[in-house]
Design a protein around this ligand. Structure first.
Ligand code: TPP
Length: 577
């Protein structure tokens, strides 16, 4: 006979789980005791359940395998909610295990009792209370299978104290061998014909393309056809963004050079589209046609109704299309590439601005130069995210971890910590606003305790800058969005990390180099000048891109026509966070 909590750990070992991130409570003590004897799974104790959840989700994002986190009942479980939503919307496989008071007999009334299983319902793919030790193997297998199945997401198991103490004859179940269904030949043939007949087709790479190992096949397709590509924010890095066929990343809602390029195309091959991201284009009836290539069928709405759907394993679908296609020699990408050229010229003019406090495009350029191709930057949520999405060329998949799904603040530091644990030989940076950093800054202690090599860059404007920008942009008075900050250098040192401060633009490259090349946790306090965000992101870029000769088709609408039921405003203004 095996104790239920021992069996639970054995099941997780069988699944290949390496870490459990969390904050245990007294309701997890049997589980914790069983975990203490595991030779395969390491407990990573954090200072807040949210940090544990973000770390588990990031483990899932990098590996495609379920990241696991642990919390107690009631307040521990509610602290996991944001991380669950982050994993669920962001397509990251993540399992939450929460404790509970005994369910058969309890003497404590309703102290700390919430219906956690019900609470997790809307933000998970599966939520279940374990009510018998015998069922642990099948429930763990089912939860992990669902977490990893396309589209990946969050799952939850509640493990009550009295079930954890039970004895059972059950044994762990092995992982099943799963092969994703392959795309249908007829759909592939129809897509190929449509692409061959187009004048200026373009590829759009979204979140789903970044989850599966699609890079090699997509690159082969681009090399054979010469068709240029655009990324969404969650599609960044699928193909090296320094490739000559890269047209840009859809970071702003509308009016950017990249939208001009899409407008100049007459067919969009939309790979790995996920409705969770703000759409990189809006379809209109009778307008530019779209081929949807994804593991799942299209979720149709008033601005997305593709004419052809190629569903199945994305890498295989792109391989089939690539094998079949005969480039017709009549394609023309001149107008698409013209938009890219204008964007590169515009960005170059900004990147060398040496003002102090630091100008965001200058910081982006210096960080790109300091990071190797496989270096990982993990962004929190703030206005700088737009600068990085637009101006930081991602060289490899999952090297720019940004959250364009839940877009929560507070995930930058924990996601960088998980990245540094998974890839100890790669350079890792967390890039946070002062607001987002302070939401989970207590995890600096965890990072130092774990002995991670990590650089945390804080872009300090002493304000919730993104919202302040939006406030100004909407014509409201400057109110309610500024605050003070601790001395970040001393703050870092109090945790046993190294604290640094940028005191001139000239000093930034050397400081980045020093931090990235010396061990331990480094924190850089970088004062930043956001005063021109509106002029550049909102006006200059839009005016310059509008001035481009597009001659685009009327089918796709960006600023001028707002389609009925459009999910987000496309009028001038920052991307809502
Ligand atoms: C948890 C959470 N709360 C609030 C928001 C709304 N929000 C988006 S960006 C932002 C301000 C971010 O400030 P900061 O981290 O300092 O970055 P900055 O924009 O100043 O660069 C806020 C409040 C959010 N996305 N997530």
């Amino acid at each position: 006979m095996t104790k239920a909590s021992d069996l639970f750990i054995q099941c997780l070992e069988e699944e290949g789980v390496e870490y459990i991130f969390g904050v245990p409570g007294e309701e997890n003590l049997d589980f914790l005791d069983s975990l203490s004897r595991s030779k395969k799974i390491r407990l990573v104790l954090t200072r807040h359940e949210q940090g544990a959840g973000f770390m588990a989700a990031t483990y899932g994002r990098h590996t495609g395998r379920t990241g696991v986190c642990l919390a107690t009942l009631g307040p521990g479980a509610t602290n996991l909610v944001t991380a669950a939503a982050y994993a669920q919307l962001g397509g990251m496989p993540m399992m939450m295990i929460t404790g509970q008071k005994p369910i058969k007999k309890s003497k404590q009334g309703r102290f700390q009792i919430l219906d956690v299983v019900d609470m997790m319902g809307p933000i998970t793919k599966y939520t279940h209370q374990l009510a018998s030790a015998d069922n642990i193997p099948s429930r763990v297998r089912e939860a992990i299978r669902l977490a990893e199945e396309e589209k990946p997401g969050a799952v939850h198991l509640e493990f009550p104290e009295d079930i954890a103490e039970e004895k059972t004859e059950s044994k762990p179940l092995s992982r099943s061998l799963v092969r994703r269904p392959l795309a249908d030949e007829k759909a592939v043939r129809a897509a190929v014909k449509k692409i061959e007949q187009a004048r200026s087709p373009v590829l759009v790479l979204g979140a789903g393309a970044n989850r599966k190992m699609t890079s090699r096949m997509l690159l082969q397709f681009i090399e054979k056809t010469g068709i240029p590509f655009i990324t969404t924010q969650l599609g960044k890095g699928v193909i090296d963004e320094q490739h000559p066929k890269f047209l840009g990343c859809a970071a702003l809602s509308a009016g950017d050079f990249v939208h001009k390029a899409i407008e100049a195309a007459d067919l969009i091959i939309n790979v790995g589209h996920d409705v969770i991201e703000k759409p990189p284009f809006f379809m209109m009836q009778g307008g530019t046609e779209v081929i949807h290539v994804s593991t799942r069928t299209a979720e149709v709405d008033p601005v997305y109704f593709p004419q052809i759907e190629v569903t199945g394993d994305i890498a295989n679908a792109m391989w089939q299309i690539k094998e079949d296609i005969v480039p017709p020699g009549t394609w023309s990408f001149d107008r698409l590439l013209q938009a890219r050229k204008a964007e590169i010229e515009h960005s170059a003019s900004l990147c060398d601005d040496m003002r102090f406090p630091i100008f965001p495009p200058y910081a982006v350029k210096q960080i790109r130069e300091a990071m190797p191709a496989d270096g990982i930057i993990c962004l929190d949520n703030g206005v700088y995210k737009i600068w990085f999405a637009r101006n930081y060329p991602a060289r490899q998949p999952n090297t720019v971890l940004l959250d364009n799904a839940l877009a929560t603040m507070g995930a930058g530091l924990p996601s960088a910590m998980a990245s540094a644990m998974i890839y100890p030989d790669r350079k890792v940076m967390a890039i946070c606003g002062d607001g987002g950093f302070m939401m989970n800054s207590q995890e600096m202690e965890t990072a130092v305790r774990l002995g991670l090599n990590l650089t945390v860059l804080i872009l300090r404007d002493d304000a919730y800058g993104m919202i302040r920008w939006k406030q100004a942009n909407m014509g409201f008075a400057d109110f309610g969005l500024t605050y003070g900050n601790p001395d970040f250098v001393k703050y870092a040192e109090a945790y046993g990390a190294s604290g640094h401060r940028v005191d001139s633009a000239e000093a930034l490259p050397g400081l980045l180099d020093q931090c990235l090349n010396s061990p331990g946790v480094h924190l850089i306090d970088c004062p930043v000048d956001y005063s021109e965000n509106d002029r550049i992101l909102n006006k200059e870029i839009k005016e310059l891109s509008a001035a481009l000769q597009s001659g685009g088709r009327a089918g796709l609408s960006f600023e001028t026509v707002e389609p009925a039921g459009a999910p987000a405003p496309v009028s001038a203004g920052p991307t809502p966070a």
